[in-house]
Ligand binder design. Structure first.
Ligand code: HEM
Length: 143
């Protein structure tokens, strides 16, 4: 999948994500609360997980994406590898849209109504669409 992020996209994403990484544990807790509320059956997959560590891993992963945006294509192998891991965890690609929605809603909550403008939302949707498309392709090819 081809992708290009403008300088403006990069600025928006870096600035808005910073508000979450400054308060990483609370952001992760809010994210999983939202995700499990919209996708209750997904919670069982995390039965063995240390959710504190998991939340940090998730946000650190996005942090790495955000800081790699000028050369984002180089992140593709990491995302593919992550997708293969998710096959082993039993994650289905059908969960990906709700996962993205929970991410966007968490950002919205962190940012506040006025700062999370439609432009910010569109930019994040573009980022998540790219990541989740790679995840989905690799997950559908699961054996
Ligand atoms: C773009 C979407 C996603 C990203 C970036 C992502 C990211 C991650 C990361 C970084 C880890 C830690 C892997 C490690 O231990 O090194 C992880 C683990 C995990 N993820 Fe995801 N994830 C995504 C979507 C999903 C979805 C949709 C589900 C569905 C339920 C899910 C369920 C899990 C589970 C069950 C684990 C393992 C938890 C454990 O037992 O330790 N993930 N994910």
């Amino acid at each position: 999948m081809t992708i290009e992020f403008t300088k403006r996209d990069q600025e928006i994403v870096a600035q808005t994500f910073a508000s979450m990484t400054e308060d990483i544990d609370r952001a992760a807790a809010i994210f999983y609360k939202k995700f499990f509320a919209s996708q209750p059956e997904a919670e069982a997959l995390f039965a063995q997980a240390d959710m504190h560590a998991q939340g940090r891993k998730l946000l650190k992963f996005f942090e790495a994406i955000v800081s790699s945006m000028p050369y984002i294509k180089q992140k593709q192998p990491d995302i593919s590898e992550l997708a293969h891991m998710h096959n082993r965890f039993g994650v289905k690609p059908e969960y990906l849209p709700e996962f993205g929605a929970a991410l966007i809603e968490t950002l919205r909550e962190f940012m506040g109504r006025y700062e999370f403008t439609p432009e910010v939302e569109d930019t994040w949707m573009k980022v998540y669409a790219w990541v989740s498309e790679i995840m989905k392709d690799e997950m559908s090819g699961a054996e």
